[in-house]
Write a protein that binds this ligand. Structure first.
Ligand SMILES: [Zn+2]
Length: 108
């Protein structure tokens, strides 16, 4: 079985319906999102749906239950996000340590 290839697709600019973050890219398999495709906000990690004109909207209760809850693709992407978070927090730690090391003595 061939796994779908994940690509980054530029889409119409749309704001996250949860945190209002401007999103102009989508991450998912295939040629890009279509109406009804799911999107995970890189800011707040909430799942939204591409609605009419590829404008993001909050999913309906039915979509939440039938398409989002337990969706292995969504879970997979969520897992990748948390891995990125871990890596980022490690990097941030190193950066802040570097900053401390790089502090030169100021004026006496
Ligand atoms: Zn968001």
């Amino acid at each position: 079985m061939k796994m779908p290839e994940y690509t980054s697709n530029l889409v119409v600019e749309s704001n996250c319906p949860y945190c209002d973050k401007k999103l102009d890219g989508a991450y998912g398999p295939g040629e890009g999102p279509t109406e009804g495709s799911l999107s995970i906000c890189i800011g707040c990690r909430n799942v939204s749906v591409f609605g009419e004109g590829l404008v993001l909207r909050k999913p309906t209760k039915t979509e939440m239950i039938e398409e989002i809850a337990g969706n292995p693709e969504i879970l997979d992407i969520m897992a990748q996000f948390s891995q990125m978070d871990e890596m980022k927090s490690l990097l941030n730690k190193e950066e802040s340590e570097d900053e401390e090391v790089c502090l030169f003595g100021g004026t006496d």
